[in-house]
Write a protein that binds this ligand. Structure first.
Ligand code: V0V
Ligand code: CO
Length: 137
């Protein structure tokens, strides 16, 4: 079901500051910067290699998922995202195996992807995202 690690999501207070930190430390290229109102984030994708990224996340508000995470736990790894061939199919499979889905249907993710989250309590304490990448045009 899981094909690869798509990205590691990192929660931060200041997106531009952390872009400078990560790109400077590891020579990473910033591929996109997006605002996702539905998810309550301003985010940037830094390419590691191929279709593997670090996703830096700054909250749009304190009561968003990332805003609450920062208040509770501070900056750091927020989620791990795995590439799947078909997100709707993967959601059905994992739900059938007992993990709670945080989304009833796939949502809009970075770079035109379709995404869905699994409850961290059902995945060993790790907030898990399933990602179906946009089809190449
Ligand atoms: C909360 N918990 C976590 C966690 N957030 N554990 C591991 N990793 C995290 N990131 C724990 C928390 O400590 C609690 O455990 C328990 O889960 C319930 O958390 P809560 O504080 O009561 O609940 P909330 O209201 O903070 O909600 C947490 C969830 C929420 C995970 C349900 O953040 C959510 O729906 N996230 C999915 C959407 C999201 O994160 N979007 C932003 C990324 P204890 O204390 O009870 O033991 S957007 C993105 O990645 C995009 C756009 C993309 O990739 O393209
Ligand atoms: Co993500």
């Amino acid at each position: 079901m899981l094909m690869r690690i798509d990205h590691i999501g990192i929660a931060c207070h200041d997106l531009e500051e952390k872009i400078a930190l990560f790109s400077g430390l590891f020579d990473l290229e910033v591929v996109t910067r997006e605002v996702n109102e539905e998810q309550g984030v301003k985010e940037a994708m830094l390419r590691i290699a191929g279709d593997s990224y670090i996703q830096l996340l700054e909250p749009l508000s304190e009561d968003s998922p990332v805003g609450k995470f920062l208040a509770k736990r501070g900056e750091g790894v927020h989620h791990v995202a795995f590439g799947v061939p078909d997100v709707a199919e993967a959601m059905e499979e994992v739900a059938g195996r007992g993990a709670r889905l945080l989304d009833e249907a796939p949502r809009h993710g970075s770079m035109g992807s379709s995404i869905a989250f699994l409850h961290p309590k059902d995945v060993g304490g790790m907030l898990t995202e399933l990602v179906q990448a946009a089809k190449p045009r």
